[in-house]
Write a protein that binds this ligand. Structure first.
Ligand SMILES: *Cc1c(COP(=O)(O)O)cnc(C)c1O
Length: 402
C-alpha cells in the first residue's frame, strides 16, 4: 500500500519579527530588506507624508546606506560648523547623474573643465547635452576665463570642478572659483574622489555640492561600486537630489554601502600612507634618467604646488603620473615589466595600480585631443598603494632599467 503524503498544516506562516532582546550592535548591520512594516495605517500615512522621519522602502532610504551617507557627509563637513546632507548612490557615475539631473533644467548651462574623469565627460556630452543643458568646457585654472565666461553666459547654473585632476594632477582654486560662481548665481560642485575629505574639504572653500566615487579611496579595497552626493543645504539636497536618486532608482545597495563603510574606518591611516608612498615614488622617479617629468602636487616642481599646499592638508594623495623620455614604447615596456604593481583600470585601492592612458582609457580619444589634455604617448599613471614604499620603488626601478 502506498502511503499518502502527510497533510500540510493549515497555518504554516510565521510572521516576520525583529529580534528585540539584543543590545545595540557594535558594527553597522546590513539591513537586507526591500521595505519596512508599519504598526498601523496612521503610522504609514505619517511616514509617507514626511519621508525623512522613518524608512519605508529601500529605494527611498535604508538604515545601512543612510548611516554610511551620514558618516561621509560628517567627514566632508568636519570642523566647518555646517550641516551637510549625504546620499549614497549605486556608483560614482550615478552620484554625478543625480546631481546634474536634480539641479539642472533644459536651457541651463554648465561650466566645467576639459580634463574631467572620462566617464563624466561622456555623460555631459552624450546624456546631458541632448537633454538641453549646454556644457561649456574651459580651463578652470584660468580665473580670468572663468570670470569672463560666467559674465557672458548668464544661464550658467553650475560650475563643476575636479581637483586634483587626471592625469597631470592639475589643481583648481576652489575658493576663487566658488566666489566667482556665487557672484553669478551658480552653484559650485566638486568631484572630491582623488583627495577625499581627509586631504581636502571643498565645503571649506565655498563649494555647494560634493560628489565621490566611493568605489575608490573611501572604500579603498576595490571590492564594491558606490557613490555619494553631499549637499551643503540639506533642504535643497533632499528636495532636488534625494528625490532624483529615488525616482531614477540610483540608490546604493546596503551590501555595497557596508563595504565602503568598512573601508572608511581606515581612511585616515590609508591616506597618510598613500601620500607618503606617493611622495617617495615621485621623488625617486623625478631623479631617474629615463623619466622626463613627474606630475605630483607634493613636488615643488609641480605647476600647482603652491595652490595644493593651501588647499590640501596632511598630504597630496596617492595619484601621480610620469612621462618617459622615450615615449610610447618605453611606457609600454615599463608597465609590462612591473612585477609587483598591477595593471588595472581603477584607482584608490590599497595595492599600487598602473595605467597607460594612451593605450587603454584614452585609446578611442583622438590623439590631438588626448595631447591637449596632457595625455602624451609616454605617460604612465600610478595610484600608489599602501605597501612598503621600498618595494614599490624597487619595482619601478627594475621596470625602468635600460
Ligand atoms: C571612478 C571615478 C568616477 C566614477 O565612479 P564609479 O564609481 O566608477 O561610477 C568619477 N570621478 C572620478 C574622479 C573617478 O575616479
Amino acid at each position: 500500500m502506498i502511503s499518502k503524503p502527510s497533510m500540510r498544516p493549515d497555518s504554516f506562516v510565521v510572521k516576520e519579527q525583529a529580534e528585540n532582546r539584543t543590545t545595540a550592535p557594535h558594527i553597522l548591520p546590513i539591513y537586507a530588506t526591500s521595505s519596512f512594516a508599519f504598526d498601523n495605517l496612521d503610522a504609514c500615512i505619517e511616514v509617507f507624508r514626511n519621508p525623512a522621519t522613518a524608512h519605508t522602502y529601500s529605494r527611498y532610504g535604508n538604515p545601512t546606506t543612510d548611516a554610511v551617507a551620514r558618516k561621509i557627509a560628517e567627514l566632508e563637513a568636519f570642523g566647518l560648523g555646517i550641516e551637510a546632507y549625504g546620499i549614497m548612490t549605486s556608483s560614482g557615475m550615478s552620484a554625478i547623474s543625480a546631481l546634474l539631473l536634480g539641479l539642472l533644467r533644459s536651457g541651463d548651462q554648465l561650466l566645467t573643465q576639459g580634463n574631467l574623469y572620462g566617464g563624466t565627460t561622456e555623460l555631459l556630452a552624450d546624456i546631458l547635452q541632448p537633454l538641453g543643458v549646454e556644457v561649456l568646457f574651459i580651463n578652470l585654472r584660468d580665473l580670468d576665463q572663468v570670470e569672463q565666461t560666467l559674465r557672458t553666459h548668464p544661464r550658467i547654473r553650475m560650475v563643476y570642478a575636479e581637483t586634483p585632476a587626471n592625469p597631470t594632477l592639475a589643481c583648481i582654486d576652489l575658493k576663487a572659483v566658488a566666489q566667482l560662481a556665487h557672484k553669478h548665481d551658480a552653484w559650485l560642485a566638486v568631484d572630491n574622489t582623488f583627495a577625499t575629505p581627509l586631504l581636502q574639504q571643498p565645503f571649506a572653500f565655498g563649494a555647494d555640492f560634493i560628489v565621490h566615487s566611493a568605489t575608490k579611496f573611501l572604500n579603498g579595497h576595490g571590492n564594491s561600486i558606490a557613490g555619494v552626493v553631499i549637499g551643503r543645504d540639506t533642504a535643497l539636497t533632499r528636495q532636488r537630489i534625494w528625490r532624483t536618486v529615488k525616482l531614477i532608482g540610483a540608490n546604493c545597495s546596503p551590501f555595497e554601502a557596508w563595504l565602503a563603510h568598512n573601508g572608511l574606518k581606515t581612511l585616515a591611516l590609508r591616506m597618510e600612507r598613500h601620500s607618503a608612498n606617493a611622495l617617495a615614488l615621485a621623488q625617486f622617479l623625478e631623479q631617474h634618467p629615463a623619466v622626463a617629468r613627474v606630475n605630483y602636487p607634493g613636488l615643488p616642481s609641480h605647476l600647482d604646488a603652491e595652490l595644493a599646499r593651501q588647499q590640501m592638508r596632511g598630504g597630496f594623495g596617492a595619484m601621480l603620473s610620469f612621462e618617459l623620455k622615450d615615449g610610447f614604447d618605453a611606457a609600454l615596456r615599463c608597465v609590462n615589466r612591473l612585477k609587483f604593481c598591477s595593471l588595472a583600470p581603477t584607482l584608490g585601492d590599497v595595492d599600487t595600480l598602473v595605467l597607460h592612458p594612451a593605450s587603454s582609457s584614452h585609446l578611442n580619444v583622438p590623439r590631438e585631443l588626448r595631447l591637449q589634455n596632457g595625455i602624451t604617448d609616454g605617460l604612465v599613471r600610478v595610484s600608489v598603494g599602501i605597501e612598503n614604499s621600498a618595494d614599490i620603488i624597487a619595482d619601478f626601478g627594475q621596470a625602468l632599467e635600460q
